[in-house]
Design a binder for this molecule. Structure first.
Ligand code: ADE
Ligand code: ZN
Length: 333
């Protein structure tokens, strides 16, 4: 049985496995520029974030109907459950779909159908976070927030993703302020490829509660001190960092140093269909490559539930307590 954990940094579109992509392409009559799944997998050799994003957005062409989004999310939840995930806070990229003429409602209702059944079918509690694409305009982000308004019963928060460098958090100050007024939680990708200054901006200008990635905070000791003091969770994604060349090899990932510094680290899978592993695979990989032992792994799992947005009243706090008790009682073999 895998270690119980929460997954807090997972793009649902990044769980589109080649087999499902081809099945949906056939179902929807969408041509793909790859002969088969093997040829598609061979294209998963990335130089950086942008080279990944080009393929990632391209393959989304197969996602067209509510049933497609439902099937995508259901497949992820089944895999997540098998990897010990008990709670998942799932990102989606509405603009990547509305720009292709797919209505916001199709995306969110399709995902929602799978999420509604998740506890019963997979034993995984779920939340949905919509991300703004930072390489699109601030106006487009605001229009996306407007489009989300009829669906806010399904969405707990906003995030910021896509090509980071040149698109600082401050570009999205107004839309984050508006999201806050609507009672939405706030997270943002920062310090993946962009500098530590973007992590500061995400905190100071956007008011985020968690930083997605945050890897490059290690370049700024004062920032590290602040993140430790304020217990700001970081949703790190070590396998993603290797595949997108933020670090050369997993053995050089700063995770052990970051944990030793007292940062509230979590590990997550980001876009597991593309990066060679789901979240329990990531736990195994950091154990093997970085020598993080059972108590370090338990700390990462505990942090994942402490950083989860499970603070909306006694019922959610009870759920968090139950998950934390499962982590404490877990016996490694
Ligand atoms: N969208 C999907 N995965 C991403 C990542 N790792 N960074 C930024 N945007 C993304
Ligand atoms: Zn991400």
């Amino acid at each position: 049985m895998p270690l119980p954990k929460a997954e807090l940094h997972l793009h649902i579109e990044g769980t589109l496995e080649p087999e499902l992509a081809f099945a949906l392409a056939e179902r929807n009559g969408v041509p793909l520029p790859y002969a088969d799944t093997e040829e598609l997998r061979k294209a998963y050799l990335f130089d950086d974030l942008q080279s990944f994003l080009d393929l990632y957005y391209g393959l989304m062409a197969v996602l067209r109907t509510e049933a497609d989004f439902e099937d995508l999310a259901d497949a992820y939840l089944a895999r997540a459950a098998a990897q010990g995930v008990r709670h998942a806070e799932i990102f989606f990229d509405p603009q990547a779909h509305t720009a292709r003429g797919i209505p916001f409602a199709t995306v969110v209702e399709g995902l929602g159908r799978a999420l509604d059944r998740s506890e019963e079918r997979h034993g995984v509690s779920t939340r949905l976070i919509m991300c703004f694409l930072r390489d699109q305009s601030a106006e487009s982000a605001m229009a996306t927030l407007e489009a989300a308004k009829p669906h806010l019963d399904r969405i707990i928060g906003v995030g910021l993703d896509s090509a980071e460098v040149g698109h600082p958090p401050s570009k999205f100050a107004a839309v984050y302020e508006a999201a806050g007024v609507l009672g939405l939680r706030k997270v943002a990708h920062a310090g993946e490829e962009g500098p530590a200054a973007y992590v500061r901006e995400a905190l100071d200008v956007l008011g985020v509660e968690r930083i997605d990635h945050g890897l490059r905070c290690v370049e700024d000791p004062e920032l590290v001190e602040r993140l430790v003091r304020d217990r700001v969770p970081l949703t790190l994604c070590p396998l993603s960092n290797v595949r997108l060349r933020a670090v050369d090899i997993l053995e050089q990932h700063p995770l052990p140093r970051m944990m030793a510094a007292g940062l509230l680290c979590t590990i997550n899978s980001d876009d597991p269909a593309y990066f060679g592993g789901y979240v329990d695979d990531t736990f195994h990989a950091v154990h093997e490559a970085l020598g993080i032992g059972p108590e370090g792994l338990r700390e990462l799992a505990r942090n994942s539930f402490e950083a989860a947005f499970l603070d909306g009243g006694p019922e959610e706090e009870a759920l968090r307590a139950r998950y934390l008790a499962e982590v404490a009682a877990y016996e490694f073999d």
